[in-house]
Ligand binder design. Sequence first.
Ligand SMILES: [Zn+2]
Length: 276
Amino acid sequence: MPELPEVETVRRGLNSLVKGRTITNVEIYYDKIIIGSVADFQHQLVGAKILDIGRRAKYLLFHFDNNLTMISHLRMEGKYQVRASKADFDKHVHIVFHLDDGKFLGYRDVRKFGKMQLVPTTEELQGKAIAALGPEPLTPEYTLAALQQGLQRRKKSIKATLLDQHVVSGLGNIYVDEVLWRAQIHPEEPANKVTEQQVAALYPIINDEIKTAIAAGGTTVRSYVDATGHEGTFQLQLHVYNQEGHPCERCGTIIKKIKVAGRGTHFCPQCQTLNP
Ligand SMILES: [Zn+2]
């Protein structure tokens, strides 16, 4: 699943490829990707110019010059491709935007879980899902105090808490495992039992993790590729994710994989222990 760094990489790729282009036609082969009226979606986008592609957490925000914004959630495997010919798309491309430079922007989604929705610009952050998102790493809203307060109020595991996006948004399964290993916090530690020192360690690590992952173009696990077709390289910097059976880089203990919050979770049983 693309996480924040991958979506940010896609956003940058899209801005370099399609920003400023006007949509001349929209073909939709799988209606369920569109939230709301498919006919309206098509009708409203033809003639619209892409002013900019923004992002909130894992949602891409295509801002158009007709005061509409398209919220695009890639979910499991959605991705964008820009091609010179429609014939270059395979059967998994479900939506094709024709661009005024003669190229085509395709939305490819093997599992078809992704969603797109057109909303009036300025309302794009007000939908239920996006409004509930916590502050995002590397923004002024993400502060040590906000992280501390958010964790104090929650009794479920730190892993589940970081995954649910309310305290801090943008961390998915891979990055939660990585930041908890770096901060030496057991993934099953109840969020409100994480010590002040541990939160103080965790806070800058979350920023650093996201910053480093964005700089590396995201992590390539399974099928993720950015809009320009380049694979991310962050998987080369993973310390604990997918490392079960390998020795911990810090202490040599074998990394374990368990289930926490229903997700495969990797940790070092020696340097990530539950607090007394
Ligand atoms: Zn260790």
